[in-house]
Design a protein around this ligand. Structure first.
Ligand code: COA
Length: 410
């Protein structure tokens, strides 16, 4: 299917975008020391410096709602026709996280709300569905929320590639940030590189194999994208790759460059997309779009008219290659001071405190439980009762409130 998105009145794309980064982090140098690993393995080998740690009173609903609040800052919520929530850290087998977000954001009662899953690629599946929705009904807007907690076992090779966060995007026929091109390449293959059975809290992962499949899926989806679009590698000014860890983007760019016959990969085309993920870690469904936002906000140059190639990979696996062009005036709709505002204000955790956050679990017997209060932005998970999650909205995000005694940093 082709959805005309890149020309004339029928342009479809990202009208607004919002990010939520958890308020706590662990420096990977500290984690490496605690695990008896050379810090350079995490910092240089994986390309990660810090890892976002979600607080016990936040989950994909609160993180997603916090990101959506930013994306909707100057969008009339009455125009939101559909809310698609992409996650692989779902909180319920039946009820969609989208319904909670719909309630927290007071979206219109006729807004359709549902959840989408295909590992880290669920957000991209949502994006393609959103484009089709807007192509069919140009007066409608779609809100996509992608939120995840990347969680592996303590002390496992996957541990330094954890992270958490959320992205929200409003997709419409008035793109103010990125106008999406019509042509997509996709690739699906039944593989067991990463999965999480219902009875496990952490993913099962064959990390080395997942890298191999990721790279294969990249060239397979690129080949179809090129066939559909007729564009060359050189016609893409920047590339954003799915980011389980930032070195993966270098591996991917090197692989694709070699595949198209480039002698040497130009890392300047990817480096700006890595700035946020390096300090946040993996956020699964959100991570590709965190990379896009990082490019737009940290490039330090006017990107108007620049074409960005985007590669989305979801283990299991499904992948997609697509592209978009940065819209004139985009700079007014992104936050160039985000690092100072959202990243530098976070609270550093010791490894012991990170492990305490990691081990925190909600009761599963239906009894009433109030979660200890931490920094979580505007929305927080206040507790559970009768197997129901209870959320609360705080008047404003408080960055300065002291930590509760049970998690106070010594
Ligand atoms: N200094 C600098 N670099 C070092 C180093 C050191 N002291 N020690 C190791 N490295 C490098 C390695 O050479 C390797 O780089 P390379 O891939 O370019 O060769 C990198 O650091 C990682 O080391 P490796 O031994 O491969 O790590 P690992 O086996 O412990 O685990 C993953 C790496 C990515 C497989 C693991 O973190 C994982 O499973 N993550 C979750 C799944 C995932 O992210 N998959 C990606 C595709 S979706």
């Amino acid at each position: 299917m082709q959805i005309r998105a890149d020309s004339g009145a029928a342009r479809i794309g990202i009208e607004a975008i919002g990010l939520y980064v958890p308020r706590y982090y662990v420096p990977l140098r500290d984690l490496a020391v605690a695990r008896g690993v050379d810090p350079d393995k995490y910092i240089k080998g994986l390309g990660q410096e810090e890892m976002a740690v979600p607080a016990p009173d936040e989950d994909v609903v609160t993180m997603g709602a916090n990101a959506a609040l930013e994306a909707l800052a100057d969008v009339d919520t009455a125009s939101i026709d559909t809310l698609m929530f992409a996650t692989e850290s779902g909180i319920d087998q039946s009820k969609a996280a989208a319904i909670y977000v719909h309630h927290l954001l007071q979206l219109p009662k006729n807004c359709k709300s549902f959840e989408i899953k295909q590992a880290c690629c669920g957000s991209t599946a949502a994006l393609q569905m959103a484009m089709a929705t807007v192509a069919q009904r140009p007066d409608r807007k779609v809100l996509i929320v992608a939120a995840d907690v990347a969680r592996y076992g303590l002390g496992t090779p996957g541990e330094p590639t954890q992270g958490a966060g959320a992205i929200a995007m409003v997709i419409s026929n008035q793109p103010r940030v990125l106008a999406l091109d019509a042509e997509w390449g996709a690739y699906t293959e039944d593989v067991m590189d990463f999965w999480r059975p219902n009875y496990l809290d952490e993913a099962v992962v064959d990390g080395k194999y997942s890298i191999k499949v990721y790279l294969k899926a990249l060239t397979e989806s690129w080949a179809q994208y090129v066939e559909e679009s007729g564009r060359t590698f050189e016609q893409h000014d920047y590339f954003c790759y799915h980011l389980p860890f930032t070195r993966m983007a270098h591996k991917a760019h090197q692989h694709l460059s070699k595949w198209v016959g480039e002698v040497r990969p130009d890392n300047r085309r990817v480096q700006h997309s890595l700035v946020y993920n390096r300090r946040m870690g993996n956020s699964y469904t959100a991570s590709l779009y965190v990379g896009l936002l990082s490019l737009l906000e940290t490039a330090g140059a006017d990107l108007t008219g620049q074409r960005v190639g985007l590669f989305s990979y979801g283990s299991g696996c499904m992948a997609a290659f697509f592209s978009g062009t940065v819209v004139p005036g985009y700079a007014a709709y992104v936050q160039k001071d985000r690092q100072a505002v959202q990243f530098d204000n976070r609270q550093r955790l010791t490894v012991e405190m990170y492990e305490a956050f990691y081990r925190h679990a909600l009761p599963s017997d239906g009894r009433r439980y109030q979660t200890p209060a931490h920094e979580t932005g505007v929305f927080r998970l206040s507790g559970v009762e009768g197997h129901k999650r209870l959320y609360e909205c705080r008047a404003q995000s408080v960055h300065t409130r002291p930590l509760q005694p049970e998690v106070a940093i010594a």
